[in-house]
Design a protein around this ligand. Sequence first.
Ligand code: CAO
Length: 416
Amino acid sequence: MTKPLEGIKIIDFTHVQAGPACTQLLAWFGADVIKVERPGSGDVTRNQLRDIPDADALYFTMLNSNKKSLTLDTKKPEGKEVLEKLIRESDVLVENFGPGALDRMGFSWERLNELNPKMIVASVKGFSDGHHYDDLKVYENVAQCAGGAASTTGFWDGPPTISAAALGDSNTGMHLAIGILTALLGRDKTGKGQKVAVSMQDSVLNLCRVKLRDQQRLERVGYLEEYPQYPHGEFGDVVPRGGNAGGGGQPGWVLKCKGWETDSNAYIYFTIQGHAWEPICKALGKPEWIDDPAYKTAEARQPHIFEIFKTIEAWLADKTKFEAVDILRKFDIPCAPVLTMKELANDPSLRASGTIVEVPHKKRGSYLTVGSPIKFSDMKPEVTASPLLGEHTDEVLASLGYSKQEIFNLREVKAV
Ligand code: CAO
């Protein structure tokens, strides 16, 4: 069957993670994504953290599936000419170069819009245009610090902490993908392309929305009742780090299960949902708590919430994380085992749904990657291998009308 984005041609001028995550998603859904890479070296992630000598690193293969690779030196006049031809034929250009790099290359938004007024130009930068830090180059962890995630992650007695989730990179790429699809729909109505810009700081902050909520609550009332600091600890004038507390109104914590002494992931996350107090007491064999005024309401429980968690841990002591969840699920309690990457990689449900997929690759053999987390009733996105450097150079140049001799000449001057 035809895929929804078939016929959409994308110049993928992205590298590292934020941009590639965006264009990979669009490629899964059918777009023709042509990754433009510097001859000889390509995306820096091809070489980063290699586990097999001379084969593209997993960092690259897991972010660039379903794409074509065109090598092109866009600083050479011959390379610029090829790029201009490509621009005239494309629907979208996506880039995440450092600030000003595209302008310095001679492809400002004005120039791109002149070459192809229907083209959508989508950019990721660390900070938004006009921001007082908009000249900074930014990587993942920098964005997590600038976007409010680091100051609110970790334990109160430890330093600001980075999340393992790519809040700055892949998250920004997902925001950009939404922006591109919106601009494509807009173009159907107006016939015009537009510039779509997403900053990593903004994208992180968007995911830290509830922490901005908490800042305002703190300023109004001086405390945050769902944080571990309440009611016995101190609050300052900024949202503190809350450890493993729940971000909403439901208290929760990571709790030890059988084997935690030797297995650093023998834990579950347990949520005390307000209206589920009765089933929780039943599941834990504590029926006397149901109507006890010291336990009955969330307000009454909060001052001794850690004692409650300790009691739950005592109940968990002879149960593995999987056994515990199997019991608790029957009582409708929101919980999950803390899963390792090894467990996720081998999870039969994730394999069956296409969330974890094994992809054959010309040089590496097969590798695991995360497939589309978005599921459709009429389409199952298929993940194909990432391209070798320049694998599609001849094909793309031929499609632009270059003859074999002209391609040879471009190679001679090292423009491709
Ligand atoms: N041919 C010729 N030149 C090319 C080229 C090509 N095909 N592709 C890229 N270049 C050039 C650029 O034009 C730029 O040249 P100048 O700086 O001389 O103008 C140069 O390569 C380097 O670009 P860069 O600034 O993007 O690269 P960097 O490694 O120094 O920085 C990064 C990397 C990620 C910090 C920076 O790109 C950035 O801040 N991007 C925006 C934010 C972002 O997306 N960060 C997330 C990355 S994922 O963690």
